[in-house]
Design a protein around this ligand. Structure first.
Ligand code: SAH
Ligand code: SF4
Ligand code: F3S
Length: 451
């Protein structure tokens, strides 16, 4: 049945976002686009005429969370058949052949590269919504020029590339986000300049493999990521620059030099290790071994004083033995990360690793994850404890989540600080660090200048 619905009557939308920062940024474009069509944001799904899901499929868990959420939307639609359900993002792309079968209540589906077409498919201009529309991967386009709804006026994401040319054996991203395409440097710097003019002080450059940016550009504009950092650093008003995620194989000297020399580039790198075992790294097709990764860490720490390092680690990749896992624990002890995201390997349909015979039993994966988390937390707590007594520059984000009377912000090293004192969101203030846990710092605003 085709549900005629007229834009004139549509008032509000609700977007639920799963997955990584790239998806969160895509949702800002989705929201901006819906607002440009005259819709306002609803506080909950129940209040919305258009319910949007921007999905993730990196592991099985986000698939399951989506299934739970859409069940609720389905119930709302049963009560009010005029409700439009739109599903975008990586799960939608991965399931494009089956999505409408799996979830007949879905009206519109769109892949991550198709956001610029969303308005058209939703039936802008008073036309009803048609079922079965889907983005075509070949039409992928940067959403850079679309309207955008940003959550915070002083922080912004900036997409520098889309897709990924790596072939990590466990990963579904290349098949749902396509081959890597770099955005032109002029376009990126223009966006950063525009954001600075609007009052943005911190930008985070986003790419699946952010530091391979530039290599596919036309010869007249071909450049590399270090140059992009320098160009963004030169933009007046931008006080902090972050980027995620770099691939260890593509971390070259010019980027280290740019990080060391650009005042605005923060002393924080999220550098996915994935495994500390050479055998597993090879099977994962990460193209570096543990020694090369550790040399890179040494070089980064030598070049960038006071650097904070974060990472991603997978336990239980097919064939991972107890010895392989111990090699990961050793690497973690050796690097001493400030933070780490730890994951249980989750087989993804169509990826190389999902086809391997020697899958690790769930209980073994669970046990390894717990042991890894213990080590990660102990080290992070020790690292944070070393900050106590110092003064750090904090970008104020708002009230503390646990205590309304306190403020919350982040250091240049990307650690959350809850602190006493007054300041407005978006302000950069010196904070004396007085306490630490494995994930946060506590402190009070001081008059001293940050070291
Ligand atoms: N493009 C980024 C992020 C990839 S997804 C990068 O390369 O760093 C974020 C993390 O999810 C990965 O770094 C990896 O640790 C984890 N991950 C990806 N696929 C996974 C899978 N099938 N099972 C478990 N963890 C996975
Ligand atoms: Fe996935 Fe590897 Fe590409 Fe990251 S670099 S998105 S883990 S294939
Ligand atoms: Fe998920 Fe897609 Fe990001 S699979 S992690 S939303 S690139």
């Amino acid at each position: 049945m085709r549900r005629g619905y007229h834009w004139r009557a549509m008032r509000r939308y609700h977007v639920t976002t799963f997955g990584c920062q790239m998806n969160a940024h895509d949702s800002e474009r989705i929201k901006g686009m819906l607002e440009s069509l005259g819709l306002g944001e609803a506080v909950s799904q129940a209040e919305a005429d258009v319910i949007v899901f921007n999905t993730c499929t990196i592991r099985e868990k986000p698939d399951q969370r989506f299934a739970a959420h859409i069940a609720q939307a389905r119930a709302l639609k049963e009560r009010d058949p005029g409700t439009v359900i739109a599903v975008g993002g990586c799960y939608a792309e991965a399931q494009r052949e089956r999505l409408f079968e799996l979830y007949p209540e879905v009206d519109v589906a769109f892949g991550p590269g198709s956001i610029p077409h969303l308005a058209e498919w939703l039936g802008a201009g008073g036309v009803g919504v048609g079922r079965g529309r889907f983005g075509i991967a070949e039409e992928r386009a940067f959403a850079g020029e679309l309207p955008m709804h940003r959550e915070r006026s002083f922080q912004a994401w900036v997409q520098v590339s889309m897709g990924c040319n790596s072939r990590c054996a466990y990963c579904i991203v290349p098949s749902v986000r396509g081959r890597e395409v770099s955005r032109r440097p002029g376009e990126i710097v223009a966006e950063v300049t525009r954001l600075a003019d609007e009052g943005v002080r911190e930008v985070t450059l986003l790419g699946q493999n952010v530091n391979s940016w530039g290599r596919d550009l036309a010869p007249d504009v071909r450049t590399e990521f270090g140059e992009l950092l320098r160009a963004c650093d030169a933009v007046e008003g931008i006080e902090r620059i972050r980027f995620t995620s770099p691939h260890p194989k593509d971390f070259r000297d010019p980027v280290v030099a740019a990080m060391a020399e650009c005042d605005a580039v923060c002393e924080h790198i999220h550098l996915p290790l994935q495994s500390g075992s050479d055998r597993i790294l090879k099977a994962m097709r990460r193209t570096y071994d543990r020694a090369r990764y550790l040399r890179l860490v040494e070089k980064l720490r030598a070049g960038i004083p006071d650097l904070a390092l974060g990472t991603d680690i997978i336990v239980g990749f097919p064939g991972e033995t107890e010895d392989d896992f111990r090699a990961t624990l050793e690497a973690v002890e050796e690097v001493r990360y400030d933070s780490a995201f730890t994951f249980i390997y989750s087989p993804r349909r169509g990826t190389e690793a999902a086809e391997l015979d020697d899958q690790v039993p769930y209980e073994v994966k669970r046990d390894r994850l717990e042991r890894l988390v213990d080590v990660v937390q102990r080290i992070a707590a020790e690292r944070n404890a070393e900050r106590v007594g110092g003064v750090e520059e904090v970008l104020v984000e708002g009230p503390s989540r646990t205590d309304e009377a306190r403020l919350r912000g982040r250091t240049r090293r990307n650690t959350t600080v809850n602190f006493d004192g007054s300041a407005a969101p978006g302000e950069l203030v010196p904070v004396e660090i007085t306490s630490a846990t494995s994930t946060t710092l506590g402190g009070r605003r001081t008059a001293l200048v940050a070291a």
